[in-house]
Design a protein. Structure first.
Length: 321
């Protein structure tokens, strides 16, 4: 009793703290705007879809939401009518019948049909999500604590590889406790650049613990598991910047490994590929470090099969330190 009274006495203090936190939240909310391709202020719904799969997921979400809401309302209204108008105090007398085959068939068949109605389009979408065949470009995304390594494996750009880390300025803002900007904790140093309207296959794996490659606007979320490969795909309808984050709790800096995908026109992509491959050729010929050259020439000696390029050398450095 005493402890309850004590808790009640503390309520105004907690209310004040809550109001203060809410006030701070509103103050921050006022400073930021919606981020196209990323989260929106006070967002309740899914991200606007940028791929056909994301559109299907959005449609499924609304269809199932509407069916569930209707069922909830029908059950609630039936229950309230029964409680209010058929209560004992009003003289209601319970029916005497027992076991009714038609009713039992109805309450088994109708929910079954509703579930089938929801499962059919959902299955179609899942099958489409898993169809990674005939891709134009394949990129391997490797999760590290706490960054992403990208290796372009096939298609235009094959051979490009780099690491994408949280923008250092944003890391500093986070350390100082002063979040700023619409893309706070979503900007990276090297975004993943890909062309519009091409089927992109992403192979996911990880170097240490389980991560997940998640870009909501693409309708893509795939675990990246050490020692295993998984794949997913997307074809983006329009150019722009799209943002996501690691979606598997992977350690203390889980919140600091964002994903930034830049979808550009085919011409811009070809130009970017030329620049990257040109830079790589230049740095390859200028690379006087025999250890790095050896590591790149003999990827089989790495712990991570198939890792090559900057991702491998950084992984090797990370192991050494
Ligand atoms: Cu992670």
């Amino acid at each position: 009793m005493k402890s309850i009274a004590k808790s009640l006495a503390a309520l105004p203090r907690w209310a004040a703290v809550g109001a203060m936190m809410l006030g701070t939240g509103w103050a921050h909310a006022a400073k930021v705007n919606d981020l196209p391709g990323g989260p929106a202020v006070m967002q309740l719904n899914l991200h606007p879809p940028a791929t056909q799969i994301a559109q299907s997921i959005d449609d499924l979400h609304w269809m199932i939401m509407i069916i569930s809401t209707l069922l909830f309302l029908i059950v609630c209204v039936a229950m309230l009518i029964s409680i209010i108008f058929h209560r004992k105090s009003r003289g209601a007398v319970p029916a005497k019948w027992h076991e009714s085959v038609p009713i039992e068939v109805a309450w088994t068949a109708i929910p079954f049909l509703i579930v089938v109605l929801m499962a059919m389009p959902a299955t179609k979408t899942i099958v489409a999500q898993k169809d990674t065949t005939n891709s134009d470009i394949t990129v391997k995304a490797t999760g590290y604590q706490w960054k992403w390594g990208y290796d372009y494996l096939t298609g235009e750009g094959a051979g490009i590889s780099f690491l994408a880390e949280l923008d250092p300025e944003q890391r500093a803002l986070s350390n100082a406790g002063t979040p700023q900007g619409d893309d706070y904790l979503l900007r990276v140093d090297n975004p993943l650049v890909l062309p519009v309207d091409k089927k992109i296959r992403i192979i996911t794996t990880a170097n240490d613990v389980i991560h997940a490659w998640f870009v909501p606007s693409f309708g893509v979320k795939q675990d990246a598991i050490p020692g295993l490969v998984r794949d997913t795909w997307f074809r983006v309808d329009k150019t722009g910047d799209y943002y996501g984050q690691c979606a598997e709790l992977c350690g203390k800096e889980h919140a600091y490994m964002p994903i930034h995908v830049k979808i550009v026109s085919q011409e811009e992509y070809s130009q970017w590929v030329q620049e990257q491959l040109g830079d790589k050729a230049a740095s390859g010929s200028a690379d006087a470090d025999p250890a790095t050259a050896k590591a790149q020439a003999q990827p089989g000696q790495q712990d991570e099969p198939g890792l090559a390029g900057p991702a491998a050398s950084v992984a090797a450095k990370a192991r050494i330190s």
